[in-house]
Design a protein around this ligand. Structure first.
Ligand code: ATP
Ligand code: MG
Length: 417
């Protein structure tokens, strides 16, 4: 894509009321647009990142036999009344129609997915089934100061699994947890998992996936040596103590962002909707249910918080809006001709490239924009690079570049995709 064609622009300042780093950098880079507190639109660059995050999640959910659907986000109030959520879920947005009918906006989808599963998965032969979607959620959150990490409208992947037996559920719960680790690793984050009680959702066991960042809203206690980790509120072991699991490390306290979680919902929702299945003996049994969430937009915000420096964002390769940022420097015609040639060559080879072909911007402005946008690789075409028969290639995190030929550049880029 040509930067001269991109309708968004970078800006020097973020809105005054925006205090979080993720929103500041994403707004300044033109990735997102703020509509009001807790509500953002995703612009071309931001949508490319979000789509990549979603596709990684999609791949891993499909790998564990999840089936993707798209559920309604405008919900009948009856379903929420049936589970008690209408009166008990404080973040539920409730709407009143001019016909006096009431609706809820989807803040989670148990109320919708359970009746769907009831209709189709009603024999032991139909179970287990794991159903997921990736889409918008709406929550009447009291505070939204963390940019896209806590929205009133936000993106979530939510999966729901239905099982004939507790054992089958337990098995899948572990498989889903492993898939979650893979997802966070693939988007460039090091996630720790805490064990926590399910809170209002259920009394059963839940796991929260936490990424260390000062921008998070949770406090965790974790072992510096092994994987042991707990929410600070419920941890039995205080900071500074020896790890109860490995005995080798000390327990440390830190702020973290909850990027995902998995819940053992037991049989609550099937019971609310009188959902039973027929077992091998023709007897009616109640299925066991789990739910599995990942905040897709919170994940994007967490990446920005965890992986940026004072100049801007540093996207991991896997979710960067483009694989490479090609910059043409100077007004020399030889430079623009050479840069055009390289751009066309990269496009022909299926490389995702953002080409800063803007004629009116200085080298300094182009550098600053490239640092802010955070594309992991940068190739500069200048009189000097042409003299050296190549482009100057530099990682976003490197101070100095090196000259590589076009062939070498293509080799590097195709090896990555
Ligand atoms: P939190 O404790 O942060 O409010 P939650 O326990 O309410 O999260 P869930 O209802 O389980 O979260 O939602 C699943 C995931 O969706 C969370 O792990 C988080 O990543 C994301 N999420 C929850 N609320 C928001 C929000 N308001 N904005 C952005 N992402 C959110
Ligand atoms: Mg919440």
């Amino acid at each position: 894509m040509r930067q001269s064609h991109l309708f968004t622009r970078t800006r020097k300042e973020a809105p005054k009321d925006e205090i979080s780093k993720n929103a500041e950098l994403l707004i300044r880079g033109g990735f997102i647009h703020k509509e009001m507190a807790g509500v953002y639109s995703y612009l071309p660059l931001g949508l490319r990142v979000l789509n990549k995050i979603e596709n990684i999640i999609r791949e891993e959910m499909n790998n564990i036999k999840g089936q993707e659907i798209k559920m309604a986000t405008l919900h009948p109030s009856e379903n929420w009344k049936q589970t008690g959520g209408w009166d008990n879920v404080d973040v539920l947005f409730k709407l009143q129609s001019r016909t006096e009918k009431e609706y809820a906006l989807g803040q989670s989808e148990e109320e919708i997915v359970t009746p769907i599963a009831k209709e189709y998965a009603n024999s032991y032969k139909d179970l287990p089934v794991a159903i997921y979607q990736i889409g918008q959620k709406y929550r009447d959150e009291l505070r939204t100061k963390s940019g896209i990490m806590r929205g009133r409208e936000f993106g979530m992947k939510d999966m729901y699994s239905f099982h004939a037996t507790q054992e089958d559920f337990d098995n899948f719960y572990e498989i889903a947890k492993q898939a979650y680790f893979k997802i966070f690793q693939r988007v460039g984050l090091d996630a720790k998992v805490t064990e926590a009680s399910g809170g209002s959702f259920s009394e059963k066991l839940s796991y929260e996936f936490m990424v260390l960042t000062s921008a998070g809203e949770d406090d965790i206690i974790y072992c510096e040596k092994c994987t042991h980790c707990a929410n600070a509120e419920i941890s039995k072991v205080p900071e500074g103590n020896d790890c109860p699991k490995c005995g080798k490390g000390k327990m440390k306290k830190a702020r973290a962002s909850e990027v995902g979680n998995v819940f053992d919902l037991g049989q609550k929702y099937p019971k609310s909707f009188n959902y039973t299945y027929k077992d091998q003996n023709g007897e009616e049994k109640t299925p066991f249910v789990g739910c599995y969430g990942i905040g897709t937009t919170r994940l994007m915000g967490t990446v920005v918080e965890a992986l940026s420096d004072d100049k801007g964002i540093i996207w991991p390769e896997s979710i960067a809006p483009f694989a490479i940022h090609l910059l043409a420097f100077g007004e020399d015609e030889v430079v623009s001709e050479e840069a055009e040639k390289i751009y066309n060559n990269l496009i022909k080879n299926g490389i995702e490239v953002l080409f800063d072909d803007r004629a009116e911007n200085s080298a300094g402005e182009k550098f600053a924009d490239a640092d802010l946008l955070g594309i992991p690789l940068r190739a500069i075409v200048s009189v000097r690079s042409i003299k050296n028969k190549g482009v100057e290639l530099k990682k976003r995190t490197e101070e100095k570049g090196r000259i590589v030929s076009l062939e070498e550049l293509l080799k590097i880029l195709t090896a990555r995709t």
